[in-house]
Design a protein around this ligand. Structure first.
Ligand code: S3P
Length: 447
């Protein structure tokens, strides 16, 4: 398939979904495993790596900095890193495709090493604000040339020599910004302290500890402060990537809304900062049983059993947004099938994702006959007994918008079409095959 040719896909009313959904590895942890492996001295052996477009873009960029990354078998990668501070300047521009996480974390990782690199990406990534990352990195001595006040890509970054440690408060509720600053601090001399008032995902902190960084986290009345000693001596290690709860979300909501469904999802990452969707669905009355909780690769995981359920609307507090951030589109779809209204508060960060997700959600719901509105940064969805469907959804190069509205089509009265399913491969290449295996009905080219 040509990547630039849109591939419409239609989902229609499906029989009960049944079976086992083996969703792929977590995207956030996969990205970090490659980046930390490329920074560390020696070998990092990764298992369960997500092999998606975004992760491949990051792998290619890391090779440009001088790390060796070898795919040994599906999901098994061997990364031989350079050691912190030893990256070289890539000879060609780095194309991060659709990947905000890959590009932003790598910006941080190179900021305190005297190298120059050009960052670019697809049309979606080129429209996303990079100022939120490169502006705080100026404190570490980074210099950049970008497009306009948002510092859009293409962006040329010059890392600094002899950077000193910094004490910085992250203003945005973003794990990417926090992580970029932590990765910059690795090669800054002295004790850096990075604080944030929202509790965003903490994979970078945990994994840095596993790679041997001297790092500690202190809870504050309002958020937390992370202390990191630089320059750090990271040593390669083994990383087991758990299965991605953000990809599992589509199978979970599909099973909840398709009558008669019962599916199991083994080994899903249940990090407390990633389970806002499960918490919310349980409050809505979802039948989701979690069993066999265990720790794997330093992260909590567990098996999920999900049955078709009667859902009720709820109000989702703004404070839950960091742990639910990528799941709002599919939560909005679940809300369309619930009794009563669901109000999701404090969604401003959704405007700067792979698309303006707040607008894309509203447009997609309306195109399918569901009443929804936005007031300020709050989204209200009015649930219906029978969701009409029948619409075509514009995905704006956003994989999660595509998968969310395909989810809707599996249970709506009429089919739902998305204008382009091609972007799904950025995070979940197996989506169609996995969902078809459970019984989902799609019309269109298999990816
Ligand atoms: C991610 C952080 C989140 C999330 C993204 C992955 C990460 O972005 O939306 O999909 O791996 O750190 P923000 O940090 O912009 O909230």
């Amino acid at each position: 398939m040509h990547p630039d040719t849109p591939h419409p896909l239609t989902a229609r009313k499906s029989p009960p979904l049944q079976g086992i959904a083996q969703v792929p590895g977590d995207k956030s942890i996969s990205q970090r495993a490659l980046i930390l492996g490329a920074l560390a001295r020696g070998e990092t052996r990764i298992s369960g790596l997500l092999e998606s477009g975004d992760v491949h873009s990051t792998a290619a960029a890391l090779r440009g900095f001088g790390a060796e990354l070898v795919r040994q078998a599906p999901g098994r990668w061997l990364v031989t890193g350079t050691g912190v501070g030893n990256w070289k300047s890539p000879v060609a521009p780095l194309d991060f495709g659709n990947s905000g996480t890959g590009s932003r974390l790598v910006m941080g990782a190179m900021a305190t090493t005297p190298v120059t690199a050009v960052f670019t990406g697809d049309a979606s990534l080129r429209s996303r604000p990079m100022a939120r990352v490169v502006e705080p990195l100026l404190a570490f001595g980074l210099r950049y040339e970008g497009q306009g006040p948002k510092a859009l890509m293409p962006l040329t970054l010059h890392g600094s020599k002899d950077a000193g440690a910094q004490t910085l408060a992250v203003a945005t509720a973003s794990a990417q910004v926090k992580s970029a600053l932590l990765l910059a601090a690795l090669n800054a001399k002295g004790t850096s302290v990075i604080s944030q008032s929202s509790l965003t995902r903490d994979h970078t902190e945990k994994m840095l500890g596993a790679f041997g960084a001297r790092i500690s986290v202190r809870q504050l009345d309002d958020g937390e402060a992370i202390t990191l000693e630089g320059p750090a001596n990271l040593a390669g290690c083994a990383v087991e990537v758990p299965r991605d709860p953000s990809s599992a979300a589509f199978a979970i909501v599909s099973a909840l809304i398709v009558p008669g469904s019962e599916i199991t999802l083994p080994g899903i990452l249940l990090n407390p900062r990633r389970i806002g969707l499960i918490e919310t669905l349980l409050e809505m009355g979802a039948e989701i049983q979690i069993s066999n909780k265990r720790v794997s690769g330093g992260e909590e995981i567990g098996d999920l059993l999900v049955r078709h359920s009667t859902l009720n609307g709820v109000t989702v507090p703004a404070g839950r947004a960091p742990s639910l951030i990528d799941e709002y589109p599919v939560l909005a779809v679940a809300a369309a099938f619930a009794h009563g209204q669901t109000v999701m508060l404090g969604l401003e960060e959704l405007r700067v994702k792979e698309s303006d997700r707040l607008n894309a959600i509203i447009a997609g719901l309306k195109a399918n006959g569901v009443e929804a509105s936005v007031h300020g940064d709050d989204l209200t969805v009015h649930g219906m007994d029978k969701v009409p469907g029948g619409g075509t959804v514009t995905t704006h190069m956003d994989h999660r918008i595509a998968m969310s509205f395909l989810t809707m089509g599996l249970a709506s009265q009429r089919p739902v079409t998305v204008d382009d399913a091609g972007m799904i491969a950025t995070s979940f290449p197996e989506y169609q095959e996995l969902m078809r295996g459970l019984g989902a009905q799609f019309d269109g080219a298999a990816n």
